[in-house]
Design a protein around this ligand. Structure first.
Ligand code: NDP
Length: 444
């Protein structure tokens, strides 16, 4: 067996029943083959890959809380501190029923390479809980967040580990978490990002992931003589990433015709109205099906996915493995020529391979959704310096960071004779930085 397959086998044995983690590691290891071949002796001797696939620390804990009926509920909390070679652990908290050890390990592993691509001094981590905020009252969400932070605060700090939001964790949850952290530690410090603007948050953080997706998509399209301007775009999801990807794509001249949630999707032939999506999702916390009541010219398809809609560009912005092989076939037959991932690993391996074989330009999430964590790192420095920067200033930095990611990803893929394979380019570019820092810091 080769070194790479030995390491993959080890990951499977040490982390049984963790399919998402296996999927993420396999994708990275497969695309590292040419790099590993070049340095195999040294990597093997220093157990570079074995260290890279093992989290530095992994915490799981009980989260008891009391619901509105006075009943005790118990959830499980996680924080995976995967790799701190480049800086303090950084990565979001996800509150979703699907959260388990596998999804946490996969997300924290991916985050390590993504953070490296941003060029900011941040390591990789991820956390969350199988708590489902959907349908809970504000009081219940607060009770959960306070209990979650009562345990988590022991392991985080502005120079140690700085969590942020992710699925199910937006401004409301970050507020409750921060309040409890402050109460427990008596410190007013940059320990979470995505904070409210009155208490240390950065302008442009809310928009950063979605905007960054579009900036990187445009860089990739331009390199191939195409543009978002005039393109028909389908977007999945209607949360933070999707909403601001729709907004920026429209500002760049695209026509975005879909948004979705886990129940179905909306098709608006005249272009999605972002203010309506925000009203439903950010204010009412409702279902996307309500869109058609407010925009009667739009239609709603229950239980269906957006990929059946013909388009030029697809932006999957909802959740892992939401775009499978059948969906990829639908996209290709509908004329799609580019996919840029907004979510983390939304495209299955089979779908990614198929799209690449068919010549569809494909940008993986660890490059294209890195704008969120990049602006989080800018929020960390604003907090440390007690500074407040303007929206345009931060947005300009975001655009520069995304352009830098494009350069790294396209160059790395070309360096190893895989021009146009941006999955390989992103993995190789992130890997090279993390491994260099790890080697320089010794066997830790
Ligand atoms: P949100 O919780 O704000 O939104 C998630 C959206 O996805 C909701 O509209 C949700 O609908 C929808 N969704 C969930 N499951 C499905 C499904 N099976 N099919 C279709 N839609 C579904 O999360 P974010 O927007 O923050 O995150 C989205 C993705 O982007 C995640 O993969 C996340 O890890 C990634 N990401 C987020 C960053 C950020 O800054 N927020 C940064 C980098 C990556 P419903 O309400 O029905 O659940």
């Amino acid at each position: 067996m080769s070194y790479l397959s030995d390491v993959m086998q080890m990951v499977r044995e040490m982390n049984p029943a963790e399919p998402e983690f296996h999927q993420a590691v396999k994708e990275v290891l497969d695309s590292l083959a040419p790099v590993v071949k070049k340095h195999e002796k040294e990597y093997k001797a220093n157990k570079v890959l074995e260290r890279l696939v093992e989290p530095e620390r992994s915490i799981s804990f009980r989260v008891p809380w009391v619901d509105d009926k006075g009943k005790v509920q118990v959830n499980r909390g996680f924080r995976v501190q995967f790799n701190s070679a480049l800086g303090p652990y950084k990565g979001g908290l996800r509150f979703h029923p699907s959260v388990n050890r596998s999804s946490m390990n996969f997300l924290a592993f991916e985050q390590t390479f993504k953070n490296a691509l941003t060029g900011q001094p941040i390591g990789g981590g991820k956390g969350g809980s199988n708590f489902n905020p959907k349908g809970k009252s504000d009081r219940e969400v607060m009770a959960f967040c306070q209990s979650f932070m009562t345990e988590l605060h022991k392991y985080i700090g502005p120079n140690e580990d700085v969590p942020a939001g992710d699925i199910g964790v937006g401004g409301r949850e970050i507020g409750f978490l921060y309040g409890q952290y402050k109460r427990l530690t008596n410190q007013y410090e940059g320990v979470l990002t995505g904070k409210g603007l009155l208490w240390g948050g950065s302008l442009c953080r809310t928009e950063a992931t979605g905007y960054g997706v579009c900036y990187l998509c445009e860089d990739m399209l331009n390199a191939h003589g195409k543009s978002l301007e005039g393109a028909t775009v389908v977007v999945s999801g209607s949360g933070n990433v999707a909403t601001y990807a729709v907004q920026k794509a429209q500002q760049m001249g695209a026509k975005v015709v879909t948004v979705s949630d886990s129940n179905g999707y909306v098709y608006d032939p005249d272009g999605i109205k972002v203010d309506v999506v925000k009203e439903i999702k950010e204010v009412r916390r409702g279902r996307i099906s309500e869109y058609v009541k407010m925009v009667p010219t739009a239609s709603y398809r229950d239980g269906k996915k957006v990929w059946e809609v013909p388009c030029d560009v697809a932006l999957p912005c909802a959740i892992q493995n939401e775009l499978d092989l059948d969906d990829a076939m639908d996209l290709v037959s509908g004329g799609c020529f580019a996919v840029t991932e907004g979510a983390n690993m939304p495209t299955t391996r089979e779908a990614t391979d198929y799209l690449q074989r068919k010549g569809v330009l494909f940008m993986p999430g660890k490059a294209s959704n890195a704008g969120g964590v990049a602006v989080s790192a800018l929020e960390m420095s604003q907090n440390s310096m007690r500074l407040r920067r303007s929206f345009d200033d931060v947005d300009r930095d975001l655009k520069n960071i995304m352009d830098g990611i494009w350069t790294q990803v396209s160059t790395a893929s070309a360096d190893y004779g895989m021009e146009g394979n941006y999955v390989a380019g992103a993995n190789i570019a992130g890997f090279r930085k993390v491994v260099k820092a790890m080697r320089e810091q010794g066997f830790v």
